[in-house]
Design a binder for this molecule. Sequence first.
Ligand code: M6R
Length: 611
Amino acid sequence: MCGIVGYVGKERCVEVLMQGLGHLEYRGYDSAGLALHEGSAIESIREVGRLENLGRAVAAQNGHISHMRTGIGHTRWATHGRPSQENAHPQVGGDGSVAVVHNGIIENFAELKEELVGRGVRFSSETDTEVMAHLLAEKVEAGEPLREALTAVLGRLEGSFAVAAVSAREPGVVVAARHQSPLVVGLGEGENFLASAVQALLGETREFLVVENGEVVEVTEASVRIFTQDGEPVEREPFEVDWDAEAVELGIYEDFMMKEIHEQPEALRATLSGRLDADGRVDLSEMDLDLAGVDRIVVVACGTALHAGLLGKGLIERLARVPVEVAVASEYRYSDPIGDENTLVVAISQSGETTDTLAAVGTAKAFGGKVLAVTNTRGSLITREADAVLLTQAGPEICVASTKAFAAQVAVLDLLALDLARVKGTAEEDELHSLGRDLRRAPEKVAATLALLEGKIGDAAGLFEDARCSLFLGRGPAFPAALEGALKLKEISYIPSEGYAAGEMKHGPIALVDEQCPVIAILGEGVLREKTLSNVEETAARGANVIAIAREDDAAAARVGRVALSVPDAPEILRPLVWTVPLQLLAHDVATDRGLDVDKPRNLAKSVTVE
Ligand code: M6R
């Protein structure tokens, strides 16, 4: 949460920082600010609310700051202190000698503040960040170089942070450090960059350096130098990012959510590419993990990634006959988990930086479990904690509500299930190859679903005009899909929505049902379809407006549903992917009908780097 950027180089600092913040706004949008340095003073601009407010404040400077060449920027998701101008970053320390931007939480800020107040320091914000600014300023004003001052201050901080700072005494220098929050350096020609995520800088460079926990980096226009906490220089190889700059632009779409929903076929194609041949054979040799000894799997994840994990559990248990526990990462981290070196921990995280998921990984490592990370973000924190990594190739996901990353996560877990079953010998090769060939059709089937639903969501979305809540029902693999549909709707439309196993609904949630509680039912196939239909009839009998998600030729869907949302016939392994598409589109349209910003729902941020 929170995005930070830094720049040193040409007379385009403001432009680079504002563009970078624009691509990081998904990380928080309570306030935004810049600290710019030219000559002997630091100039700060901070505004409450969306980045566009800061943009207006910058424009009002009439070019006064556009020539500046050094600066840092921030977009905030409030933790300590409400969104206000005083609490916006950059936070300034001492007599204005340093400015700091920060992502994360300083857990011991209260005691540090007490200590500083005891020395006569006056605070102007409620943020935890301000203690860092004052601690730094004390050292800088005592004559310490900024990098050494930051190194010393880091030793006093507890918590998670990525921080960047400028000093009025050192023009042309930005220093930064991190501990458990992400930070990358972008390399340029006669200019260098810092950011919380590579997507902030894709318009500038494809060459990046990772900064590891505890390291301090000093960036000038001509150099990037990384140091350990003991001041030892570190050699670090740059890595290339192959994402396109267009991937973080809207293009023909009005919002990123719709764009990313439509990018699902491509996300699936890229994720399966090279891992599944034309005969349906899976090749996951890239992960270099010995699966033969695995006798138990624990999936740890949050939110949408957790729902992908639930779908993975179904297929892995069915094919590989290995028991799978799917654990909410924030609970797992404080549990007393059962496991040993034969337990495979699958940590799923689009961002690769979700604090709870990372902590759950730490918990699993304590009992000797091998960790496989499934993430969309190369070089992210989770890739460095895990024993093996399977990258989803969904491309940058900007919308806070996850869509294409979910599809790619499900595809990776399908591959894992097929591979594990092969290694364990729990399924016939022919069956596995046949399922593999089915899986290869994922991009085609999801594209067909999108085409089939084009212009068809309006009637279903209309049922939410007066809705006060909604129920998403499904059984078997349709149950995790229902959970995902409910999460999508609630997080962007703010309509209370529950995902429920259709058969369990009569044990409580059916009490919610009336005309103002639409029921979205994924009918499914086979015996579960019949059972689900009966459950849905029970809600219709109580006045529910039912939206039935079912195959095009399913006559019962038209009978039981006020509205039927058709999906194409698809092989079993692909059905959850296909069912999810109308749920994503429905959530999108309900929210936009209410005039809401689907990409930046209130109170949320894309990467949840706090507990
Ligand atoms: O980056 P991660 O996959 O670890 O994020 C996990 C959740 O925070 C995320 O899926 C969240 O629930 C989304 N807002 C759902 O759309």
